[in-house]
Design a protein around this ligand. Sequence first.
Ligand SMILES: NC(=O)c1ccc[n+]([C@@H]2O[C@H](COP(=O)([O-])OP(=O)(O)OC[C@H]3O[C@@H](n4cnc5c(N)ncnc54)[C@H](OP(=O)(O)O)[C@@H]3O)[C@@H](O)[C@H]2O)c1
Length: 296
Amino acid sequence: MRILVTGKNGQLGKSLHKLVSEKKYDNEFIFVGREEVDLSNNNSIINYFDNHDNHDKFDIIINCAAYTAVNKAEEEQELANQVNHLAVKQLAGIAKEQKARLIHISTDYVFDGTGNNPYKETDKTNPINIYGETKLAGEQALKEIMPANAMIIRTSWLYSEFGNNFVKTMLRLSKERDEINVVSDQIGSPTYATDLAGAILEIIKSKEFREENQTTQIYHYSNEGEINWYEFAKEIFELADIHCAVKPITTKQYPTPAKRPKNTLMNKAKIAKTFSVGIPDWKESLNTCITILKEQ
Ligand SMILES: NC(=O)c1ccc[n+]([C@@H]2O[C@H](COP(=O)([O-])OP(=O)(O)OC[C@H]3O[C@@H](n4cnc5c(N)ncnc54)[C@H](OP(=O)(O)O)[C@@H]3O)[C@@H](O)[C@H]2O)c1
């Protein structure tokens, strides 16, 4: 199978690349970034797929690329909408035409965070910021164009040894400050990008995924466990053996351009049951990531 992965320079793209490079896979993976396919530009997308070099069709397209700057999206609404919505619509059209499966990554920020129970895939969406709105619009466009043969995986609080994320920010700040204030009234589950990448590779191998003409489905995937950002920061320093005081503060005390949902814990039963993918505990995976970061 020929598998195209977009967003090769992002956290998830790099984590997929890491796993694919470590193990032998029968499939051919082609990783592309902004240089090859610019999702903010319709013509760039058309050109890439029309290009003679890429003439061979893809069997699976995994869209890991996204406009992920949550605060900046409040100002750059048009760009965020182009990358997270219109480009996804275009990719879905191409995937359908090529008879390729499309695996698209979405976010817990499609929810408003007011629920008391972990969100199920069928729960009502109601994004409270532009990033969430554009990601939801992408999901909806994908489902409309590809009612079959696609999959949306919503994830949350993604971190890895690559790129920018909360774990790396905390480690950097601990070198600059003795005390860090972190919000303690936003609840969710972190997701180690390697775990999500591993789950995607497991899904691709499964016979459930390969069955033709299956209705497009949404799945939730994060690590196991329920925490707030303050607890996350404390555990990062604990595991990294760093002495830095962490002070819990409220969201009100830390205003940001984009509103953040209070509780986006997700129910992962559907993905676990359908594909038997592993869902490691957040602390275990955080420890793995910190160990890798310490060795760098
Ligand atoms: N990060 C999180 O906490 C989080 C939480 C929930 C869901 N998600 C979702 O998970 C997926 C993966 O996230 P991630 O953390 O791996 O994101 P990331 O590290 O920010 O990577 C996103 C990638 O998309 C690429 N991209 C942005 N604009 C592009 C454009 N116009 N054309 C082509 N490529 C473009 C970026 O390219 P450059 O490297 O060139 O900028 C980057 O490599 C995304 O769908 C995201 O919405 C993330």
